[in-house]
Design a protein around this ligand. Structure first.
Ligand code: SF4
Ligand code: SF4
Length: 427
């Protein structure tokens, strides 16, 4: 399963997401729109060739300007094996131009994680995203092996290894027609399991390789909106959130910092590089078609790829807002959602709104007062503690927001809290 936004923009630096083994995967999740191998990757893996790995890492590291951010995806990237990732680390070290902060993240179905993998991740500070769709009955309804067996027990075994080795990990949950009415059960389960970082993505049944085809969705916008509202209640926990949920963190960061962390709700799509295993380069995981191919890292220079006209064409999609977004009171929170979810076929100069527009309106309206309350509490607490206090760097209440806030000057500048509704309201 591909995901949007696996790479966060870091101080304007370029993030890279690389499809480590192309479509090869050892699971056959029923909603997957990327892999075609149906859980049987075969013996001959489509792994990134060593020569390509070094060519790119060398070029990329030489222009990293302080931050080099790699996200490894699949298929199932762990199929590439431990030696592959050891080679990655060796090449990153070899070609690093200090001072540089190198970060590696990886999105996995979790079934192959063992003790050795967990120690490797810990040793090299990998951030690991594990795909899990809730408690066993919900997860096993869709995330299955080639023979149709549920994968829950294997995923949880992998997570136990991560927990035992104290690896930073988050949970990615796809919301589909079997779990969309179960927000509370999912949140309760995650809190019980002490999962600290959670992300939900609504199931989209389209092939990223065919962005000209409209998406098909397994849930309605209203269902997803109801899911988010129910999850918000569980997350808010009477004003004392215990875990980080990316969508709600993103809302908070708009109120506190004026900018969302999730690409869907940023002003513009981040400039990131999505690489296929064979080196083909694209601007987004949802646009893996020849219409948006911006080069190949084995053939073209990184500068040529980044300056490709198609990259500009892609980046121009998001700001072409539908007319209903332009007058929407939630525009500063939403920024029109994701262009891949808009209906471009209607009118080129006025595309339809994001399929999940109604979901966004529901949750923005529902959560507004409580998000403001939390934001005010955070600002108050951080002002009392001061930006340099070790406590303020640890947990205003959740680590994700703490790091965003203490890194940002706005909160410390004595500015009043920004209210995205009031700033934008034109009605
Ligand atoms: S098109 Fe833009 S908003 Fe949508 S997933 Fe890609 S980067 Fe994110
Ligand atoms: S909530 Fe809907 S209308 Fe408002 S900005 Fe988002 S997609 Fe556009």
């Amino acid at each position: 399963m591909s995901t949007p936004c696996a790479i966060s923009e870091q101080s304007g630096s370029l993030g890279v997401m690389w499809k480590t083994v192309s479509e090869d995967c050892n699971l056959a999740c029923q909603y997957c729109y990327y892999s075609n191998c149906k859980g049987n990757p075969g013996h001959q893996l489509n792994r990134i060739p060593s020569s390509l790995l070094e060519t790119f890492i060398h070029q990329y590291m030489s222009r990293a300007h302080g931050n080099a951010s790699f996200a490894w995806q699949g298929g199932e990237p762990l199929l590439a094996g431990k030696d592959f990732f050891k080679e990655v680390i060796a090449l990153q070290t070899k070609h690093a131009v200090p001072p540089v902060n190198i970060s590696n993240s990886l999105q996995t179905n979790g079934t192959l994680i063992d003790k050795e993998w967990a120690h490797f991740f810990k040793s090299y500070h990998f951030l690991v995203g594990v795909s899990l769709d809730g408690p066993q009955d919900l997860h096993d309804s869709r995330r299955v092996t080639a023979s149709g067996q549920g994968s829950f027990k294997r995923v949880m075994r992998g997570i136990r290894h991560l927990q035992a080795a104290d690896v930073d990990f988050n949970i990615l949950t796809v919301i589909h027609d079997d779990n969309v009415r179960q927000a509370k059960a999912i949140m309760d389960f995650y809190v019980r399991e002490n999962f600290q970082f959670i992300q939900f993505i609504p199931c989209m049944d389209f092939r990223a390789q065919q962005p000209d085809q409209p998406g098909k969705y397994l849930i309605t916008a209203e269902q997803y909106g109801e899911f988010l509202c129910e999850a918000f209640d569980a997350w808010y926990n009477e004003g004392h959130p215990r875990v980080s949920v990316r969508f709600f963190d993103t809302m908070l960061s708009v109120y506190l910092l004026g900018e969302a962390e999730l690409c869907t709700h940023r002003h513009s799509c981040p400039k990131t590089l999505i690489l296929e295993q064979n080196g083909d380069a694209y601007p987004c995981d949802f646009y893996l078609s020849s219409d948006f191919k911006i080069g190949n890292i084995g053939v073209d220079s990184l500068d040529d790829i980044l300056n490709n006209r198609l990259f500009g064409d892609f980046l121009s999609l998001k700001p072409k807002l539908p007319s209903s977004c332009i007058t929407c009171p939630y525009l500063k929170l939403c920024h029109g959602g994701c262009p891949r979810n808009r209906q471009w076929t209607s009118r080129e100069d006025d595309p339809g709104v994001d399929y999940f527009c109604q979901s966004y309106k529901m949750i923005f309206h529902y959560a507004h007062e409580r998000i403001v309350h939390l934001a005010e509490q955070i600002v108050q607490r951080l002002r009392q503690e001061g930006p340099t206090s070790p406590k303020s760097r640890m947990k205003p209440w959740i680590p994700l927001c703490a790091s965003s806030i203490t890194d940002h000057e706005n909160v410390w500048g004595g500015e009043p809290l920004t209210n995205p509704f009031q700033r934008n309201c034109r009605t």
